[in-house]
Design a binder for this molecule. Structure first.
Ligand code: SF4
Length: 441
């Protein structure tokens, strides 16, 4: 008898990607196998993102398409998971014809088998509770799909209250995975020849388990043989303390790249956003981080937050110039119902948001190219993960400082660290030459 098949579609951040890996692991444990295409599956799960309105609308469009498929195959089970499920929840189920059989929020993953059985038995199954044990899972439950790098969840939820953000409502308040389970999972990954781990949390530097903080966890992971690189994301600037910054300086396996979302360079906007720090405090932290180790910095910036004036926008541009970010993920403000910002007066017109975004991105292109050009001639270690998007002849991977590096080399380098000398630099990637004499593959 052939096994049942599943298909998972994932939107959004690494947390969602990793949640999908957990669901895949649970389904494999139930005897399911992955389908190559949605229309071959017996169970389709949409792991949704609610951070921006656009992402949410895409999920609804996809649900409409799947409804057509379900008309032809009434036995097909469709599950909506993730942040849209948590937010829209019951109201979505009530809407006729959406064709959703299973509805679970990010914390409903452990009970996925129960939900599937219930949906088969009674037609629908729903779990939108904020369960506190959602991170108490066994390492074997995760089907890591990004070899030789693995995402490892260390916590769930967020205790901050940023005015623009819906995540505390979708993922709940912080809960922390026990350090022993995290270390057990990473030891297993090392045995399976994974070389890099990226610790995940919405505010990962809020992590704690008893007296163990993120800096202690980094030290303990650092001593695991086989693991060559450690990353962690996403950090909140307010929680980036000296002890953690010293760990980044002192632990060579911790990568020389940090993602630290600043969101705005204007103090008045930072205050309205309820971010809890000023541009001066943010800069001091970056200066401290860069004092004794060369650290690349990435950030997120929102343009057009309610009340943002041209002067506020200029403050953001001046902060960008002063810091020289290595990468910026920039977005126009998108109002999310249920957030503090959604009730704020003084919206910024769409055309002004677009202009500011263009200005910001044009500035960043110049800075990014300059910073990348400075890497020409440098030897970088690249974790080779696949082929270049530009040419299948070339291999591709990330340097420790998080640059995409494309180069020519043998397939045996896939899944390994390869030394590459940088010979060319664009805005979004570097190109280089493999140095076989020092190669390890
Ligand atoms: S720190 Fe702020 S932006 Fe980040 S998840 Fe929490 S509320 Fe959202």
């Amino acid at each position: 008898m052939s096994r049942e098949k599943y298909f998972i579609e994932t939107w959004g951040c690494q947390m969602n990607l990793h949640d999908s890996e957990r669901m895949a692991g649970i389904l494999a444990g139930m005897g399911f196998e992955p389908a190559l295409r949605a229309d071959e599956a017996d169970l389709i799960l949409l792991n949704s993102c609610a951070v921006r309105d656009k992402a949410e609308q895409k999920v609804y469009t996809r649900l409409g398409e799947l409804r057509m498929l379900k008309r032809k195959r009434p036995d097909l089970l469709i599950g909506l998971c993730g942040c849209v499920a948590q937010l829209e929840g019951a109201s979505l189920l009530k809407k006729q014809g959406r064709g959703v059989d299973i509805l679970i929020g990010p914390r409903g993953i452990p009970d996925l088998p129960k939900r599937i059985r219930e949906a088969r038995r009674v037609g629908k199954s729903i779990d939108l509770s904020y369960r506190k044990d959602a991170v108490l899972y066994e390492p074997e439950e995760v089907l890591h799909g990004t070899f030789p790098k693995a995402f490892v969840n260390v916590m769930e939820g967020c205790n901050m209250n940023c005015a623009f953000c819906i995540i505390p409502r979708t993922r709940g308040r912080e809960i922390y995975r026990p350090a022993d389970k995290i270390l057990e999972e990473i030891r297993l990954l090392a045995n399976d020849r994974f070389l890099e781990v990226e610790l995940l949390g919405q505010t990962v530097n809020a992590y704690r388990d008893g007296k163990c903080r993120l800096s202690d966890l980094l030290e303990r992971i650092h001593s695991i043989d086989g693991i060559q690189r450690i990353r962690f994301t996403t950090s909140h600037p307010l929680l980036m303390n000296r002890r953690l910054m010293d760990s980044i300086r002192d632990l060579p396996k911790v990568c020389s790249y940090l993602h630290l979302p600043v969101q705005s360079g204007s103090n008045s906007i930072l205050k309205s956003m309820q971010r809890g720090y000023s541009r001066e405090v943010y800069r001091e932290k970056i200066d401290y981080l860069r004092k004794d180790r060369e650290i690349s910095i990435g950030t997120d910036i929102i343009v057009g937050f309610p009340g943002e004036s041209d002067r506020d926008h200029d403050d953001t541009l001046s902060l960008i110039s002063a810091i020289g970010f290595d990468i910026i993920y920039s977005f126009k403000f998108s109002s999310r119902p249920g957030t503090i910002a959604a009730e704020m007066p003084d919206p910024v017109p769409e055309n002004v948001k677009s202009r500011r975004l263009q200005e910001l991105q044009a500035l960043q292109v110049v800075i990014q190219r300059e910073r990348n050009l400075k890497l020409i001639g440098r030897n970088l270690e690249v974790l080779v993960t696949g082929r270049s998007r530009k040419s299948v002849e070339e291999l591709s991977g990330r340097s420790e400082c998080h640059r995409v590096v494309n180069f020519t080399g043998p397939d045996t380098l896939l899944g390994h660290l390869a030394p590459v000398v940088v010979q060319g630099a664009g805005v979004h990637h570097l190109s280089g030459k493999w140095l076989p004499e020092t190669g390890s593959a």
